[in-house]
Design a protein around this ligand. Structure first.
Ligand SMILES: Cc1cc2nc3c(=O)[nH]c(=O)nc-3n(C[C@H](O)[C@H](O)[C@H](O)COP(=O)(O)OP(=O)(O)OC[C@H]3O[C@@H](n4cnc5c(N)ncnc54)[C@H](O)[C@@H]3O)c2cc1C
Length: 387
């Protein structure tokens, strides 16, 4: 394995690596070919407690910091797996933890920690509003002790492998709020119940083996007690969760980056063309070395974001920059890896094309690279607001 700087998380790395080693490349390859869900892998991670890393011990989790949690995600991707199948279980509950009532935390968190309930889905994106979240059209109207939901979502992941979803909907029309970020609320949606009474799920076939869906709501009723926090504050609550999400995704990209560099380094050392290993040519060496440098640099920013987050310091800039650098670095490493595998990079059995597809997603979701640049321009550099 290519050397990455030693850190103080070696014990966690070794434990997650040992678990992941039980699920070899062939396991992930077959699931990908079948467009299946890595149920056994996710179950093993859940039983070992890794997906409950961020849940406090009083609710049955392990109460670890973001740094440790990010190492778990990194190691999953570094092993050849894809944490995208289950990362929602690790961070979606943060919204409940920060903004839920005591009763909600007592009800949901222990069951999420044990894996009895999966909270892997978060329904924000809509077809017409896209990244402009304040323009969402899904509404939740209070009627007595219930909210009635109508509207549509798109690209909502892991709905078929979750028990619960956090849903963002407008509770006050845009025209009636003073700030466009107000008037949206978040709810816990019981997915199996919802499928029987007002929610239709339409899977979206896509480039990666990522279970994601269109959702249609027609008079879906949600009990009023499923509202998280105060009505109208939902957008802020979603934003509060983004730093952890971005940092964890950055760690997944770093895991991918190391995986690509491991594979291409080994291949370039062994593959002989023109009577010598291709890795002897500097035209082959340099893009690999460059990728290594970029992944290592992104890794530093990821740990800086973790350090600030775990110290309860503002870390918006660092979390966004870590996600930007890591997604870019893993994509460059993916390109070098597929390029120097020649034709074999396209063969399923080398797993390069699968990981190549998987890591590409992170330039677009859960936040596109342009939106990170816009965040840094506006919030870090103080440039005029563009939207
Ligand atoms: C596989 C997958 C899984 C997903 N899972 C979820 C999920 O579980 N829950 C959920 O809510 N969403 C999910 N998403 C949605 C994802 O968050 C969005 O696709 C993403 O935020 C981009 O939104 P959009 O697709 O509407 O693109 P758009 O907003 O239409 O943007 C299209 C492009 O234009 C660029 N752009 C837009 N506005 C500007 C601007 N002002 N300046 C510069 N560039 C701009 C964007 O950067 C982007 O590249 C998922 C998406 C995918 C592909």
């Amino acid at each position: 394995m290519v050397r990455s700087a030693p850190d103080r998380y070696q014990e966690i790395r070794d434990a997650v690596r040992a678990l992941c080693a039980q699920f070899p490349d062939s396991y992930h390859r077959e699931i990908d070919a079948q467009r299946g869900y890595p149920e056994a892998f996710v179950d093993a991670l859940t039983s070992a407690g890794w997906l409950a890393a961020l849940i406090p011990q009083e609710y049955g989790g392990s109460g670890l910091g973001l740094a440790e949690a990010s190492v778990v995600m990194e190691e999953i991707n570094r092993s050849g797996g894809n944490a995208g199948a289950c990362h929602g279980q690790m961070y979606n509950m943060g919204t409940l933890l920060r903004h839920g009532s005591d009763a909600q935390k007592q009800l949901y968190l222990p069951k999420i920690a044990s894996g009895e309930w999966r909270l892997q889905s978060m329904g924000v994106t809509e077809p017409t509003s896209g990244t402009d979240t304040t323009k969402i059209r899904t509404t939740a109207v209070k009627r007595g002790d219930r909210y009635v939901v109508n509207g549509q979502k798109v690209w909502i992941s892991r709905v078929q492998h979750s028990d619960w979803m956090i849903l963002l909907a407008r509770t006050t029309p845009l025209a009636e709020v003073t700030k466009k970020t107000e008037g949206m609320s978040i709810f816990m949606v019981d997915l199996r119940q919802a499928e029987k009474s007002g929610m239709t799920v339409r899977p979206i076939a896509n480039m990666v083996n990522h279970e994601t869906n269109e959702l249609f709501f027609e008079n879906l009723e949600i009990p009023a007690e499923n509202l998280i926090g105060q009505e109208g504050r939902g957008f802020k609550y979603i934003l509060d969760g983004l730093n952890a999400e971005r940092t964890l995704i950055a760690a997944e990209c770093i895991g991918d980056g190391w995986w690509f560099i491991d594979r291409v380094t080994k291949y370039a050392s062994e593959r002989v063309v023109f009577g010598r290993p291709i890795g002897q040519n500097q035209g082959v060496q340099f893009p690999i070395a460059e990728s290594y440098i970029e992944v290592a640099a992104a890794n530093l920013m990821r740990f800086r974001a973790c350090e600030l987050f775990d110290a309860h310091q503002p870390c918006g800039a660092e979390a966004n920059m870590a996600k930007y650098l890591a997604a870019k670095a893993s994509w460059e490493a993916a390109n070098a890896c597929i390029q120097f595998h020649g034709g074999f990079g396209f063969a399923d059995e080398y797993d390069v094309e699968r990981k190549f597809r998987e890591t590409r997603l992170y330039q677009v979701a859960p936040i596109s690279t342009n939106l990170i640049l816009s965040y840094v321009a506006e919030h870090v550099l103080g440039l005029p607001r563009s939207f």
